[in-house]
Design a protein around this ligand. Structure first.
Ligand SMILES: [Zn+2]
Length: 85
């Protein structure tokens, strides 16, 4: 009797876990689709100084960007060298 009870509990737990994973998976997919839609609308950074569009995707981490100034924003090559020479 004890063993049977344990088995039932175990199955229930597994069911719950699977349901949880399925729900989370669907949520993640939704988020990804939303992110993709946003990506299509906004694509590249612009220079905060001259407003020229730059070949830097908006989702590019700032650590990997060239001419990004913390507190100011993204600059283009020309503006960066005008300001910081
Ligand atoms: Zn500029």
């Amino acid at each position: 009797m004890e063993i049977k009870n344990m088995k039932t509990k175990h199955t229930n737990l597994q069911d719950t876990a699977i349901k949880d994973i399925e729900t989370k998976d669907t949520e993640i997919k939704d988020t990804e689709i939303k992110a993709a839609k946003i990506k299509n609308a906004v694509r590249f950074e612009t220079c905060v100084c001259c407003h020229k569009q730059l070949p830097i995707p908006v989702d590019e981490p700032i650590d990997y960007r060239a001419f990004y100034v913390e507190g100011a924003g993204q600059l283009c090559y020309d503006c960066y060298h005008k300001i910081y020479k």
